[in-house]
Design a protein around this ligand. Structure first.
Ligand code: NAI
Ligand code: MG
Length: 780
């Protein structure tokens, strides 16, 4: 036996395994699992094995859910939903409390079960996954209690289909189920095929606490089951997983009217400035990339370090790396377990090799890896250039790239050099610098001098190709609620006559100056086609409008990008411009009224539009974010940020008010807009050019391209530099706008024509912004 002195010298740990006896007994008693539908388990059928990735041993047989299984689960959820929603918030809260308490009672059991099925170290499942899942149910019991007061007028979607991945099995279940139930929805959840066991244990808990049958249904299976759930008659789909499948789901649900939230992949930067506390940052890396074997969507997988401290930092990181203990995940001393499956391990290995082949140097932890199981040594890829696949692809394993930067500008540029925008960690002792960087990094969650912090009270979710929608906190609740349906109105009969006007001059014609123009970058611009189209009202031609094309849309997007200062200016400044705009509109009210009358539109739109401009001027500096109550030594800010450049496709009906109802809230929040006005009555919008000019609206904030609505809308939806698209129109166009937005996964809001007189309010502002959550050390 070693002496105490020897132990203190070597700092060696003996094995300290957590017992799996209770869990193995539980699994043994069941052997095979059916689905949990309508309050009971089905007979296991068409089964496949779920394994322990640390040993390769089979843990249990799981049923592959068929389309019929999914249909029965959705039926059960549908039948249960009205009654569940009718319960008082207090009654639903009691069920959520009961779930939280039962999870708490079983915390140890669930931690061991999670570790066996997923391979994550028991320290993580015990100290992170399970406590956070429990906290989620408690937190949302509170939201159920407060629902009527805090979300007046909102209603649950109905039945929610929820699809989750294998990296945080019970925690992702909690993130999905708790808010859905609190809001009065019922659910059908499909866990990942690699890690279904804690979801099935959760199903038993639902039965045990007497949750009404059909409120929670769990259908197991692989991607085919997920696809069946996506196609089933549910009212909302919430998905967490790969960007590739997220894109597929976006296309599959386009035009279905199903609400959608997507939490997808990431390639999050971990930025270390020269004045950072380097030892703390080294520990941060351990949490950012070696936590959960790097199988974390928000993993800080791109370490960017200031050149001045790069050598010191890298040395310390390598020392720390060499001390990581990789092995039996049930051992309480283990830092890292195996990768979840052989397939994932191969994927990680292939990406790391590709990174090396493209010029990066791999430094890996040298310890002996266990012979069985899907272990992969944690490491760093040093010197990967921005084009290296290791810098661009999500590795989803315990290997981060490490590159250097010289200036803060370069750090921001590297940080944003990705298709993703999920999270970022920023390390600096200089608050001015750190917050300045936080304001510039495009990510849904930012941690200052910290990493991978989560809490039920804070929003979590991405920008760009990391998806849309937030989970957690108030914003997460809003994702499970919907507003009242507005009063529908038939669309105007679009009399779009795409044939060029015979009198329209071609390019280079001196008469060109007399043709109507588009409005791009604050200037009137000749359409690329050089052509106009006829605008008719009641069979009479009332004017010409410029025939815009794809090229014009692209120019307008470029102009909108150049006007980025609008998003950075204060709400007060934006309010001033909008007030001025309202006044200038007022001065020309009669003119607009007669123009509307001439087009056969309602002249009262003019007055309503003026009121709308005053309304959003008032809001411009008041749509505040929040400070969230999360963990003790952090202040968690939720900032409403504009998307950036938005495409807004307006109704054919209500040519002035419809346009204003959509464009004004978007610009009030700091977005720049490329708007496609009513195709059949565009003149009301084009008459606004002079009003914009005289109102000091900076060029490029509003750009107007008239022409064939759906062709222009398609170009906007496909454009990679457009972050969000709103589309008002018929079903076919709505489907197109959503499907075409899948490319860069832009947030979409599609709607049919409505009564526009009451089309204003907070909902428009919520839709025009995305929440950036920033965690700042506070009172530590
Ligand atoms: P995946 O996206 O295929 O799986 C996630 C979930 O979606 C699972 O429940 C799966 O059964 C389901 N699914 C698969 N195909 C589906 C379809 N067509 N329709 C509906 N549901 C479907 O992810 P996978 O294959 O497990 O991992 C591949 C890569 O995805 C990882 O290497 C990683 O880069 C990324 N990933 C990201 C996650 C995140 O948290 N953002 C989580 C898991 C994976
Ligand atoms: Mg498993």
């Amino acid at each position: 036996m070693p002496t105490v002195k020897e132990i203190l010298d070597s700092m060696d740990y003996g094995p300290a395994p957590e017992s799996s006896a209770e869990v193995m007994g539980w699994l043994g008693a069941r052997g095979a699992f059916g689905h949990y539908i309508d309050g009971g388990f089905t007979t296991p059928a068409d089964t496949f094995a779920t394994e322990n990735p640390a040993t390769g041993a089979t843990l249990a047989q799981i049923s592959q859910g068929s389309a019929e299984d999914v249909a029965r689960a959705v039926d059960a959820a549908r039948k249960a939903q009205p009654k569940w929603a009718k319960l008082s918030g207090h009654q639903r809260a009691k069920y959520l409390y009961a779930l939280a308490r039962s999870l708490q009672k079983r915390a140890r059991f669930l931690a061991v079960l999670e570790t066996l099925d997923n391979g994550k170290p028991i320290r993580e499942s015990r100290d992170v996954d399970i406590p956070l899942a429990i906290r989620h149910f408690y937190h949302h019991a509170g939201w159920a209690e407060m629902l009527a007061d805090e979300f007046p007028g909102l209603a649950p979607h109905g039945v929610c289909g929820q699809i989750i991945p294998w990296n945080f099995p019970l925690l992702m279940l909690a993130w999905k189920i708790a808010p859905a139930l609190a809001a009065g929805n019922t659910v059908v959840l499909k866990p990942a095929e690699q890690t279904p066991l804690t979801a099935l244990a959760f199903a038993e808990i639902c039965a045990e606490i007497g949750l009404p049958k059909g409120v929670v249904n769990i259908v197991t299976g692989d991607g085919r089951t997920g696809a069946a759930l996506t196609a089933a008659p549910v009212d909302k789909i919430a998905f967490t997983g790969s960007t590739e499948i997220g894109r597929e789901i976006r296309r599959a649900t386009a035009g279905s009217g199903k609400a959608l939230t997507l939490e997808l992949g990431g390639k999050s930067p971990f930025v270390v400035f020269a004045d950072a506390d380097l030892d703390a940052a080294v520990e941060g890396v351990v949490d950012a990339i070696w936590f959960n074997q790097g199988q974390v969507c928000c993993a800080g997988s791109r370490i960017l370090v200031a050149e001045a401290v790069a050598n010191t930092f890298t040395e310390r990181l390598q020392t720390r790396l060499s001390k990581l203990r990789v092995g039996d995940p049930l051992d309480k001393c283990t830092d890292m377990g195996p990768i979840v499956s052989a397939t994932q391990r191969q994927r990680v290995a292939a990406l790391v090799s590709a990174g090396e082949a493209a010029g990066a140097t791999l430094v890996q932890c040298e310890g002996q890896l266990p012979a069985a199981g899907h272990f992969f040594a944690p490491g760093l890829l040093i010197g990967a250039d921005p084009a290296n696949p290791a810098s661009t692809e999500e590795i989803f394993g315990p290997v981060a790239t490490l590159t250097t930067f010289r200036t803060p500008e370069e750090a921001v540029q590297l940080a944003n050099n990705t298709r993703y925008g999920l999270a970022a960690s920023i390390w600096s002792e200089n608050i001015t610098l750190a917050l300045d960087i936080a304001s510039q990094v495009k990510a849904g969650v930012i941690w200052m001098n910290g990493t991978n912090l989560f809490d039920a009270g804070a929003g979590f979710g991405g920008m760009r190709e990391s998806g849309f929608g937030r989970e957690g906190g108030r914003e997460g609740m809003l994702a499970y609620l919907r507003g009242p349906s507005p009063k529908p109105r038939p669309e105007a009969q679009a009399s779009f006559d795409a044939a060029p006007h015979p009198g329209a001059p071609g390019k280079g014609d001196p008469a060109i100056d007399r043709t109507p123009k588009l409005y791009i970058g604050g200037k009137q611009a000749r359409p690329d086609s050089g052509q106009s189209y006829r605008v008719t009202a009641k069979g009479t031609e009332i004017g010409l409008a410029p025939l815009g094309s794809r090229k014009d849309i692209r120019n307008a997007v470029e102009a909108a990008h150049k006007a980025s200062g609008w998003g950075k200016t204060t709400g007060h400044n934006r309010a001033q411009v909008l007030y001025y705009l309202a006044e200038n509109l007022s001065a020309r009210q009669r003119e607009f009224e007669s123009r509307l009358r001439e087009m056969g539109a309602n002249p009262a739109e003019a007055e309503a539009t003026i009121a709308r401009a005053f309304y959003y001027a008032a809001w411009a500096d008041k749509f505040d974010g929040a400070v969230k109550s999360t963990t003790g030594n952090m202040v968690t800010l939720a900032i409403n940020e504009p998307f950036g450049v938005m495409g807004v496709v307006c109704p054919d009906d209500a040519p002035l008010l419809g346009f204003a109802s959509l464009v004004l809230p978007a610009i009030a929040m700091g977005n720049r807009v490329v708007a496609v006005p009513s195709a059949s009555m565009p003149l009301a919008a084009t008459d606004l050019y002079q009003v914009f000019d005289t109102s000091d609206l900076p060029g490029g904030v509003v750009n107007i391209v008239t022409g064939p609505k759906d062709e222009l809308a398609k170009t906007l939806a496909q454009h990679d530099d457009v972050a969000a698209v709103w589309y008002c129109g018929e079903a076919e166009g709505r489907t197109m706008a959503e499907a075409e937005s899948a490319g860069n996964l832009k947030a979409t809001w599609t709607m049919s024509n409505r009564d526009w007189t009451d089309a204003q309010g907070r909902d428009f502002l919520t839709r025009a912004t995305q929440v950036k959550t920033i965690w700042v050390p506070y009172g530590a």
